[in-house]
Structure formats: structure tokens, C-alpha cells
Design a binder for this molecule. Structure first.
Ligand SMILES: Nc1ncnc2c1ncn2[C@@H]1O[C@H](COP(=O)(O)OP(=O)(O)OP(=O)(O)O)[C@@H](O)[C@H]1O
Length: 462
């Protein structure tokens, strides 16, 4: 029956399209077959009425095509899982609420006692944007991405259980976890996937302790097929919750269920997490999301601008990618501001508007490059000695790179012209002024030279 239901949902999804499906139909669960009726549950009356009037006939036709014994489709409102029905007065059709943010469980549970379902308030809704399609892959995240794909395709496969994703703030851990959940939901809707933050796990556990209902807590979590816990570092120092998580973890892995965990550090660096749990966490696949590179940041911005259908000049993307380096979330926020501003005033995004709209962000991310750093990089690039930057030599092959270094010092530091002059072998400020205008001129005239200077600038800024 579960397979029929999966096919019916798949057909409907194809017919109505993703947006419509997610809006109205995603929360349907099959309660069971009652005589000639297929009984479907939805969490609210509103949804029930809507689905009934808009898709009722189609659901019936699809059911009949799959299973001729089914004559009717009855759509009911699910009871809350904690209501008396769960406690004992067992209904013919087990009642449940739809787990928001979970792969819909299709399981028509064995007769005696329905396994507890995860309630919607236990989990965090999945973010629609966080799919594999929208995740931009580059060197720093390709391994983590490949592992996530692998787990999504074959949950609980040897060597990938648990999957431990770690990395700094805003580098895509949550995005990858949600992507795994969406992919499993899509391809294997019979599996239940529970995604929650470690914080939520703890609060649920405390609530269970308080209401003396830890049994339900344990049973519920142990009935899922894939358990994902985000930001595990939250459990540092919370020994009782760690202990509970340790037992849940073992029970699930023993049953061949998949665990995915994220944290800001690797298992071995998570001090404050009990040794035995750290050991368990590290014994599957550990994948690191490294800090982004300029190229990855640029590609992410390009993809996000395309998704927003807004034309953003490459120069603006370059500016953002070179300035906002630590965190993709901030990078995204800056782009969103630009896009919103452009939309609001009906003006195109330009380098000037970007500098104006984002002046606070750009100032905050001004990278403090030292003059010495500039001199070293430029000398290295043109194969000179560092001392050539401050020497009196006037040969073109030395003087031109020195001018480039002065130009970059003017662009990338807050130093005054006299100060820059002093740092370049006690030269006069007019020499620096001349260098700045000469380099700007040459950049206009010679594309190769301009490329060189731009590259140096990027290297210094990233
Ligand atoms: N490679 C990527 N491609 C596209 N978007 C990305 C990528 N990496 C991160 N993002 C985006 O950056 C934002 C932050 O990502 P996410 O929330 O997954 O970070 P996180 O590592 O879980 O952060 P935290 O440590 O704060 O929990 C999200 O909007 C996400 O879509």
C-alpha cells in the first residue's frame, strides 16, 4: 500500500508542480485503507477542505488506477498525536499529525500499537531553498557535498554512518542537511527523516523529563529512519542531554538507521562532549566545510543573483566576493540588500549603488592590508626583491612594479600620500600621486596590465 501511495503522490507532484504540491499536498499522509475507502489525513480543516474540493476527484482516480478495490477517498483532519487516541483508545485508523519538515511517513503501521510519530513541534521545518540544486560546489565544500549526496542516495551505507559535517559559521552545514532531507523525501518517501537542532533536542528532552514521559520521547526518536541533529556544539557541558543523545544514537545505528550531525568543530575538537560520544561521532564519515575561496564566493553570488533574476554586474560580484569573506550568510545578505534596493527604486545594480547601499557592510569588512604586505606581494609577483620596493633604482622593470605597489597602497589602505611615500624609501607625496595616476592610466590602455593589477588586488584582499 505504501508503494501505491508513493506512486500516487509522485504522479500528483508531477501533475501539479512543485510549488503547488508543497503548498497544499505535501502534508497528506495515508492513514490506511478502510474497506473501500482510502483514508488520507491532513493537519487542518482548511487544508482538508481545500484538498477535497480541488484534488479529491484526482486522488480518487489515481487510487482507482492503482488499486481497483478502492472506490472512495476520504480526507480527514488528523488528531494531535498526544490526544487520547494515542494513549490507548485506539482508533481503527491511527491518528497522527503531519510532521512538518519531515519526510512524510507512509508507513501503515502494524496493528497493535502505532509507533509514535514525530510531532510537528519537535522539528524545524525544512527550508525550501536548501536543496542540492541550489548548493554551489567548489573546492572547499566538494567533499562534504559528495558525502551528503551519498547519504541522501543510500542512507545508512557502510562507512557513512554517522555523517558528521563540520565547519565555521555560515558555510553551508544546515543547507546540506536540509538538502539530504529533501532528497530522501523525494526519492524514498517511505523513510521518516527527523531534522532538529541540538537545542530543540535538549528542550524536548527536558520537557519529557518534566512531564515524566521520557518513554514517548525515546520511542518517538527511535522510530525514525534518519535522524539529523544540527549544531551539536550546543550540547557541550549538557551532560544529561548528551547521555540521552548517546543512547538514541546507539539505538538508531544498531537498527541500521542513518544519523547526520553537524557542529562547528570536528569530533576530536569538541571538548565538553563526553569521550565515548565523540568517539562514536567520529567513527563514520567526518567531512569538513572549509572556509570559502574567492572563486566559490563569486560563484555563489552569481547563482543567487541568477535565482533572483536580477542582473548584477561582475564588478559588483567581485567587490562583494573580495570583501565579505568569512561567511556565506553575510554575503547572501549583502546581495539581498542590493537586489531589494534595485527592486524598490526600479534602478539597475551598479558598482556605485553597491558602494552606497552597502557602505556599512563594506566598511566593516575593510581588510586591513599593510603596506609591507603589499610590497611583499608585488615584489613576489614581479620577481623582485623586497628591497627593490624601497630602493632608489629607476630601471623600468623595478620602477613600474613599485608604482603598482604605491597605487595598491593608496587603494587598499587608509594611509595618506606622504605616509605612503615615506614607506617607499622616503619618497615625496607627489611621487606617489604620479604613481597612482600613471597606473590608472596604464590600466585603461593595457588590458594585460590591468588584469595583473586586479589580480594582485584580489590576492591582497582575500
Ligand atoms: N555552497 C553554497 N551554495 C549556496 N548557498 C550556500 C552555500 N554555502 C552556504 N550557503 C548559504 O549560506 C547561508 C548559511 O548557510 P547555513 O545556514 O547552511 O550555514 P551553517 O554552516 O549551518 O551555519 P551555522 O554555523 O550558523 O549553523 C544559507 O542561506 C545557505 O543557503
Amino acid at each position: 500500500m505504501a508503494a501505491c501511495w508513493a506512486r500516487i503522490r509522485g504522479r500528483l507532484r508531477e501533475e501539479v508542480g512543485e510549488v503547488e504540491y508543497r503548498t497544499w499536498l505535501r502534508q497528506m499522509t495515508l492513514a490506511g485503507i478502510d474497506g473501500e475507502d482510502a483514508v488520507i489525513l491532513l493537519p487542518t480543516r482548511f487544508l482538508r477542505d481545500w484538498v477535497n474540493s480541488h484534488y479529491g476527484d484526482r486522488l480518487r482516480a489515481l487510487w482507482q488506477a492503482e488499486e481497483s478495490a478502492v472506490r472512495r477517498v476520504e480526507i480527514r483532519v488528523a488528531q494531535a498525536a498526544a490526544e487520547p487516541a494515542m494513549a490507548g483508545a485506539e482508533p481503527r485508523v491511527p491518528a497522527r499529525t503531519e510532521p512538518v519538515g519531515l519526510a512524510e511517513s507512509l508507513a501503515v503501521r502494524p496493528a497493535e500499537r502505532p509507533a509514535p510519530e514525530i510531532r510537528s513541534d519537535w522539528v524545524v521545518p525544512l527550508e525550501a531553498r536548501f536543496t542540492f540544486d541550489t548548493f554551489v560546489v567548489g573546492k572547499p565544500n566538494e567533499f562534504a557535498h559528495a558525502c551528503a549526496r551519498r547519504v541522501a542516495e543510500k542512507p545508512a551505507s557502510q562507512g557513512f554512518n554517522p555523517l558528521f559535517l563540520y565547519g565555521g559559521v555560515g558555510l553551508g552545514k544546515t543547507h546540506l542537511m536540509h538538502a539530504i532531507a529533501w532528497a530522501i523525501r523525494e526519492h524514498e518517501p517511505v523513510r521518516t527523516v527527523a531534522y532538529m537542532s541540538a537545542e530543540k533536542f535538549m528542550y524536548r528532552f527536558i520537557a519529557a523529563l518534566r512531564s515524566q514521559n521520557t518513554m514517548e520521547f525515546k520511542e518517538t526518536l527511535r522510530a525514525v529512519d534518519v535522524l539529523m541533529i544540527d549544531d551539536l556544539q550546543f550540547l557541550i557541558g549538557k551532560d544529561n542531554t548528551q547521555e540521552e543523545f548517546f543512547h538514541t544514537f546507539n539505538a538508531l545505528v544498531d537498527q541500521g538507521k542513518q544519523i547526520v550531525v553537524s557542529a562547528d568543530k570536528s569530533p576530536s575538537d569538541l571538548s565538553g562532549i563526553e569521550d565515548r560520544l565523540r568517539t562514536r561521532l567520529g567513527c563514520g564519515m567526518v567531512a569538513d566545510l572549509h572556509a570559502t575561496t574567492y572563486e566559490l564566493r563569486f560563484s555563489i553570488l552569481q547563482a543567487k543573483a541568477a535565482a533572483a533574476r536580477v542582473e548584477v554586474p561582475a564588478k559588483v560580484l567581485e567587490l562583494l566576493a573580495s570583501r565579505i569573506t568569512a561567511n556565506v550568510r553575510e554575503l547572501e545578505g549583502a546581495l539581498n540588500r542590493l537586489v531589494a534596493h534595485a527592486g524598490l527604486f526600479g534602478r539597475p545594480v551598479t558598482i556605485d549603488s553597491a558602494q552606497e547601499v552597502l557602505h556599512d557592510v563594506l566598511r566593516a569588512h575593510e581588510r586591513r592590508v599593510s603596506i609591507e604586505e603589499i610590497q611583499r606581494k608585488v615584489a613576489e609577483h614581479y620577481n623582485l626583491r623586497l628591497t627593490d620596493m624601497v630602493s632608489a633604482r629607476r630601471a623600468r622593470n623595478v620602477a613600474r612594479p613599485r608604482q603598482v605597489a604605491m597605487y595598491l597602497a593608496k587603494q587598499l589602505t587608509q594611509r595618506s600620500l606622504p605616509e605612503i611615500g615615506r614607506r617607499f624609501g622616503n619618497r615625496d607625496h607627489t611621487t606617489v600621486m604620479h604613481a597612482v595616476s600613471r597606473v590608472s592610466e596604464l590600466m585603461q590602455q593595457d588590458a594585460g596590465f590591468a588584469e595583473d593589477v586586479t589580480l594582485l588586488r584580489k590576492m591582497l584582499e582575500s
